[in-house]
Design a protein around this ligand. Sequence first.
Ligand code: PLP
Length: 404
Amino acid sequence: MSKGEKRRPETLLAHLGRNPSAHFGTVNTPVYHASTLIRENVEAYEEAGRNRWVKGKSSYGRSGTPTTFAFEETVAALEGAYGAIALSSGLQAIAVALMAFAKAGSHVLVPDSIYYPGRKICEELLRESGVETTFYDPRIGGGIAALIRDNTAMVYLESPGSLTFEVQDVPAIAAAARAAGVVTAIDNTWATPLFFRPLDHGIDIVLHAATKYMVGHSDAMLGVIATREEHYERLRRTSQHMGCAAAPDDLYLGLRGLRTLAVRLERHQENALRLAAWLKQRPEVDRILYPALPDSPDHEIWKRDYKGASGLFAMVLKPCARSSAVAMIDEMEYFGIGASWGGYESLMLLTDPRPIRTATAWTDPGPVVRIHAGLEHSDDLIADLEAGLDRLNAAEDTLAARAG
Ligand SMILES: *Cc1c(COP(=O)(O)O)cnc(C)c1O
């Protein structure tokens, strides 16, 4: 991949992970459906078994096929990593990254803004396995050094944080962990490798919910971990011990999605910026959680480290009844109500960061509404938002009239 590394990401997206001459001339790497892989002879079978942790090698359907390796090789090149490991979901990528390093009696550092099901891995699976988690303020920066203990096995990051969008000072945290000899892993789902390459900033391991922007069409579950060479075998062994295997059709959809990632992200960003700026000047909105806006508290760090902002952000409404926010969300024409994001369509979700944080308090009194800006025309999305805010105001007026 060293030649590919020098090419620009848009070009890599069009050319990585495919080899028509090896596949009957087909432009795309085909879907290999496989469990058993037949070998020439006993020696070849045993050789495959010995090499099953080696990058690009497989002994069985579970340890990969050319479809798996095409996806892995593409993500690794985009992240500037030695290798990548495909998994069946983003959550599985979080679990494998943590479980590969956290052993009984050890300790992990995890940001308070971690994707919530990832928090539950720490609070349940890791705790029951004898691993202690300290949740830290995502804006801690180099201050993380004071929380690192002799038994700290990993500093985990997610930037920006789920629901609340704090951008972490990744280089400062990575440097402090490295100085203490502690491995770092980051969830880079929001930015994708096109907008942020954590390994260039000192991080050891990057993981993604490929389900989101990589797949890009809301139709497959897929995860991936990309890593420096020194951690590759441990991560691959862990994923294989846990029986992880990404499904062939989903790998194909992941690779297919990557082909258009650059053009999709450009439009997601353009739409999100326009919606965020429009919402910000509305009287119903208290503040916008989106680091690309110049007055965001994390704007400077974001501008220093990131090449762009994707389509997911949140607005904090001025204090209002939850039912008024629901009146807005329930009747949106183009914004679907649902988990996940990163597809071509817009989404809106009522969230509540307050009960799930333990290291930092979320004190904004108003409801938090997460928005995914899809690829629709932004004029139509804004008209939809305007009608939604009218419904919110009408609901508030009705409550006031009743109370008054
Ligand atoms: C959705 C998400 C995940 C989990 O990915 P799945 O593929 O849904 O399991 C992990 N991290 C972040 C930031 C996410 O948004």
